[in-house]
Design a protein around this ligand. Structure first.
Ligand SMILES: NC(=O)c1ccc[n+]([C@@H]2O[C@H](COP(=O)([O-])OP(=O)(O)OC[C@H]3O[C@@H](n4cnc5c(N)ncnc54)[C@H](O)[C@@H]3O)[C@@H](O)[C@H]2O)c1
Length: 294
C-alpha cells in the first residue's frame, strides 16, 4: 500500500528530513516542498539549515530549521518536540544524514573513524526510527519513512569498508523495519544511490576536523562528479508516490548487482541439503509474507 495514491495528496503533509542542509537531503526537502509538503530541515550544520529553511519559506512553503546531531537520541527528542509544535505530527521521515568513508583499508581503520560512521550512518537512522515510529504505529495515520542507504549497501568497495559496513547496516535496518511495519499504515523505502554530486567528502572532512583521525591510506578517485542531487530528490518523491521499497536512482548498476546475486545464487544452488530439515519458513518468513502480500 502506498503512503499516498497520487502526488497531489502530498500537499499539506509534514516531513522531517535529516542532513537537509546539503546535497541529497536538501534536494529531497526542496522536491517535497515543491509538492506542498511542510518541512522540518534538520542538520548538524546549524547555518545550513537556516539557509535551506529560509529558501523554502521564500518559495511559500512552511519550513522549520532544526540543529540536530542524529547520533544523539536526546537531541532527537527535542527536535521532535519542535516538529510537533510546528506541524502537529510528522507524516514523512527521511533519515538521510550521513558521512563518507575514512578511506582506509579495514586493518587501518581507527576507532574514531569507525565511531563516526557508525554513529551517524547507523545509529542516526535507528534514532530517527526510535523517535517517530512509536507514534506512527499508535496513531495509525498513513506515514512514510525513507532511509538513505547507498548502492554500497549491495556490494563492497575496497578501501571504503567502514562506509560499506554502515550502509549494509542501513539496508538491514530498512528491510527489518519494513517487515516489522507490514500490515500497518507506515510505508518504508530505502534509497540506494550511486555517485551523487554533493559535498559528502568535504563535509565529512570538516566533521572529522573536530576529532582528528589518521590521514587517508586509500585513494578513491571519482571518475565523474555524479548525478545531480535534484534528480535524486525527484526519484525519492516518485518512490513515495508509487510505494516502491528499493529506490535505485542509478539504473546502470543493474548488471553489477546481478553479478553479485548470480554468484550467491549459484553458490546456494551448489550447496548440499543435510537431512530433511528446513527452517526457511521460520527465518525466511518475513520475505515469504511480503511476497504473498505484494
Ligand atoms: N554523494 C553520494 O555519492 C552518495 C551516494 C550514496 C549515498 N549517499 C548518502 O546520502 C546521504 C546524504 O549525503 P550527501 O551525499 O547529500 O552529502 P552531504 O555532505 O552533501 O549531506 C550530508 C549532510 O548530513 C549532515 N550530517 C553529517 N553528520 C550529521 C549528524 N551527525 N547529524 C546531522 N546531520 C549530519 C551534513 O552536515 C550534511 O549537511 C548520506 O547518508 C550519504 O551516505 C551519498
Amino acid at each position: 500500500m502506498s503512503f499516498v495514491q497520487s502526488a497531489d495528496e502530498l500537499a499539506g503533509k509534514a516531513a522531517f528530513v535529516t542532513g537537509a542542509g546539503s546535497g541529497i537531503g536538501r534536494a529531497i526537502a526542496q522536491r517535497l516542498a515543491d509538492r506542498g509538503v511542510r518541512v522540518v530541515v534538520a542538520d548538524i550544520d546549524e547555518r545550513s539549515v537556516r539557509e535551506v529553511a529560509a529558501e523554502l519559506t521564500g518559495r511559500g512553503v512552511e519550513a522549520v530549521p532544526v540543529a540536530l546531531d542524529v547520533a544523539d537520541l536526546a537531541a532527537w527528542r527535542a527536535a521532535a518536540a519542535v516538529a510537533a509544535e510546528a506541524f502537529g505530527r510528522v507524516d514523512i521521515l527521511c533519515n538521510n544524514a550521513g558521512v563518507g568513508p575514512a578511506r582506509a583499508t579495514l586493518d587501518q581503520l581507527s576507532d574514531a573513524d569507525l565511531d563516526l560512521v557508525l554513529n551517524v550512518n547507523v545509529r542516526g537512522v535507528l534514532n530517527g526510527i526510535r523517535t517517530f515510529v512509536p507514534a506512527m504505529k499508535v496513531d495509525g495515520f498513513p506515514a512514510q519513512i525513507v532511509n538513505t542507504a547507498s548502492i554500497l549497501s549491495h556490494f563492497a568497495l575496497a578501501g571504503a569498508g567502514d562506509y560499506v559496513l554502515s550502509k549494509y547496516a542501513a539496508l538491514a535496518v530498512s528491510e527489518t523495519l519494513r517487515a516489522e511495519l507490514a500490515g500497518t499504515a507506515v510505508s518504508v523505502a530505502v534509497l540506494c544511490p550511486g555517485l551523487v554530486d554533493t559535498g559528502l567528502h568535504k563535509n565529512t572532512s570538516a566533521l572529522r576536523g573536530a576529532a582528528p583521525t589518521q590521514e587517508p591510506t586509500v585513494t578513491l578517485d571519482k571518475p565523474t562528479p555524479g548525478m545531480a542531487p535534484e534528480h535524486v530528490g525527484d526519484v525519492v518523491v516518485d518512490a513515495i508516490v508509487t510505494g516502491r521499497f528499493y529506490v535505485f536512482p542509478h539504473p546502470e548498476y543493474a548488471e553489477i548487482l546481478s553479478l553479485r546475486t548470480g554468484e550467491i545464487q549459484s553458490a546456494i544452488t551448489a550447496s548440499q541439503t543435510v537431512g530433511d530439515r528446513d527452517d526457511t519458513g521460520y527465518l525466511g518468513r518475513s520475505v515469504l509474507d511480503l511476497q504473498t502480500s505484494l
